[in-house]
Write a protein that binds this ligand. Sequence first.
Ligand SMILES: [Zn+2]
Length: 438
Amino acid sequence: MVLSATAGWAQVLNSGEDWAEPPTGTVAIRADRLFDANAGTMLANQVVLIERDRITAVGSDVRVPPDATVIDLGTATVLPGMIDSHLHITPQGVQSLPYETLRALQQAQANALGGFTTIVDLSGRHTWAPIDIRNAINRGLHWGPRMQAAGPEITPRDRSMAPTPLTIDGEGFEGELFVAGPWLARHMVRKLKHYGADWVKIYATQDFEGDEYQHFKPNGTMVNSPSVTLEEMEAMVDEGHRRGMKLACHAFGGEGLENCVRAGVDKIEHGNEMTDEIAKMMAEKNIAICFTLQNMINTPNSDLPRTGGKVSRLSLTIDTLKKSLTFGVPIAFASDTNPDRHGTQAWQFAKYVEFGLTPAQALQTAFMGAANVLNYGWADRVGSLEPGKYADVIAVSGNPLDDITEMERVRFVMKGGVVLKNELTEIPAGLMTSGATR
Ligand SMILES: [Zn+2]
């Protein structure tokens, strides 16, 4: 009795490894349609062949070995796992830090179940929780999406009135992450790297500060006070890039946005007031634009009364979207989703289409569009269904090129050869993680 109880404990304690381990043997996924994320076209009668966590072949004439496990998804459409390059899994400081971390893990997992198998957390608000959650997933303690994370943000505007979050060695940041000179800026970037950040998130425009204005002046122009100088921005970009990090700027417009683009950050969040000159520079430097609709969609309610009905952050975002198409600015899917909504952000595709993208273009933002901005060159492992890439595969029942809202109803999710969600067909229990139940 004692021995079996001990064995039971051992099994529970080791069960974390089950989340991470893909099945042995060949798996073949078959479906009526497959979205070619590179070409933006729909292919008929396709098979995806998988060995452990990687895709080995894709096509209509792929030979399926007789001993392969076949997952027949019938009339469904198979697509790569989606990538969201801007979200926040941590709630904003209303509970204890342990509770917030557990909640953030659950929200990370909700993304995976919604079909977003790769996510970038662009600021843990006042915490380092997303970095710990990324590590816990990578080490097999929990199942969840592939993650890159920024940790706390630099120049956090009104977000971090509380003391700077302590790191594991009990140290905070000098200056509470508010940049005061290029050398302090470099120091902050070094510290973010030291504690495991993949990204540096910089608030480059101080659009909330003061009681006088909220985002807009009465004449309808945005506030856009730059948070840092060009010299400070260049110091952060130089320091981040030489340490293998990528940099993302919250920037609405004006000098703040221009500083980010001139300094050569990797992506721009929001970019509401994008001039032709900035759009041209972003296209030349291959800097991606991120529309962050969760943040923008309801802004007409608050902004139109302040601008005499002239503009809102949403109307400017729609202008930016059209300008991005005109000038060829790369577009990366970036929802800016906060807790309670994770896994549901695919509603934004329908808005992209309403604002001017084709359904194929809208989908592509969450595949190679987002993959191309990921750190560590992850475009070679996620973002399309191709041999050598991770077996991150999702499926929807209908054809999303006919009805883009199909992406809001993801029925099947596989991450690295492990099925996290399946509502479409009977599959062997060994392919399904016991962690995700729906
Ligand atoms: Zn955000």
